[in-house]
Write a protein that binds this ligand. Structure first.
Ligand SMILES: NC(=O)c1ccc[n+]([C@@H]2O[C@H](COP(=O)([O-])OP(=O)(O)OC[C@H]3O[C@@H](n4cnc5c(N)ncnc54)[C@H](OP(=O)(O)O)[C@@H]3O)[C@@H](O)[C@H]2O)c1
Length: 253
């Protein structure tokens, strides 16, 4: 079957967003991707996708700037139409996020608002802005974390912001189901990216510690998260909605 679908992946200039955009593009899906400040990384993602025979466009988006979302939606639909003759978005992957890890006594209202503003508030209002452009039978995938199931010191605001994203996913699966739209959350375990200062990638001691907590005995690669998201939005998974899929190699069972 020829693939005509389009996807938007937020925060795809590096890390899990990049691996997700590449995994979707390898399956023939046309990719719109966003970056906030990493324009060089965004250009690199587009280059990688094109080198593998795919098609992609990079757009700037700050998830904390909710007032810009209507303008962003107009720009996105314009790009989909002019580049690929499509007036619909088929897949929305809300991946962009930040981890600000502080012990309870160190959480300032500003850090709290930044964390929740990007991970939850931004995700909510971006979905609100893009749902009118999403095709019936489309997919929304919200990136959460394995930390909503197990605990780690200093992650209270981060994991709560992602737990909110999981609750949102279930609610919207109910609300948008009548249009055939599936909404799921993917919860990665520790994965080797820039996240948390690159600690999961660059700190051998931490990697060894985290690897020892997984059933499969290692930290995940970005490609393993991207491939899982691509599998989740494949036609084979059309009856799956309102689910939380943990992709962690069996962390802290
Ligand atoms: N890596 C892990 O171990 C892990 C585990 C569980 C869950 N996650 C989740 O997976 C997602 C991706 O993580 P990652 O590991 O790929 O992290 P990363 O390498 O730090 O990348 C974060 C991405 O989010 C974007 N971003 C951050 N703030 C933004 C904002 N205000 N507006 C728009 N984009 C923004 C960044 O864009 P710029 O570079 O342009 O700022 C970047 O593309 C996050 O939601 C994270 O919480 C990661």
């Amino acid at each position: 079957m020829t693939e005509h679908r389009t996807a938007l992946v937020t925060g795809a200039n590096r890390g899990l967003g990049r691996s997700t955009a590449r995994a979707l593009a390898r399956r023939g899906i046309k990719i719109a991707m966003t970056y906030r400040v990493g324009s060089d990384g965004a250009a690199e993602t587009v280059r990688m996708i094109e080198e593998e025979g795919g098609q992609a466009v990079a757009l700037r988006l700050d998830i904390s700037d909710v007032a810009s979302f209507k303008r962003f939606a107009d720009k996105l639909t314009d790009e989909l139409r002019t580049r690929w003759g499509s007036d619909r978005l088929d897949i929305l992957v809300n991946n962009a996020g930040v981890g600000l890890f502080d012990a309870l006594e160190d959480v300032s209202p500003e850090r709290f608002d930044e964390q929740v503003g990007i991970n939850f508030r931004g995700t909510f209002f971006l979905i609100q802005a893009l749902v009118p452009h999403l095709s019936d039978t489309g997919h929304i995938v919200n990136v959460s974390t394995s930390l909503t199931r197990h605990v780690s010191p200093g992650t209270s605001v981060y994991s709560a912001s992602k737990a909110a994203v999981e609750a949102l996913s279930r609610s919207l699966a109910g609300e948008l189901g009548s249009r055939g739209i599936r909404v799921n959350a993917v919860a990665p375990g520790p994965s080797a990216t820039d996240f948390n200062g690159g600690a999961m990638r660059d700190d051998p001691e931490l990697r060894g510690f985290l690897a020892g907590q997984t059933a499969l005995g290692r930290v995940g690669s970005p490609e393993e998260i991207g491939d899982a998201i691509a599998a989740l939005v494949s036609p084979d998974m059309r009856w799956v909605t309102a689910q939380r899929l943990e992709v962690s190699g069996g962390a802290l069972l």
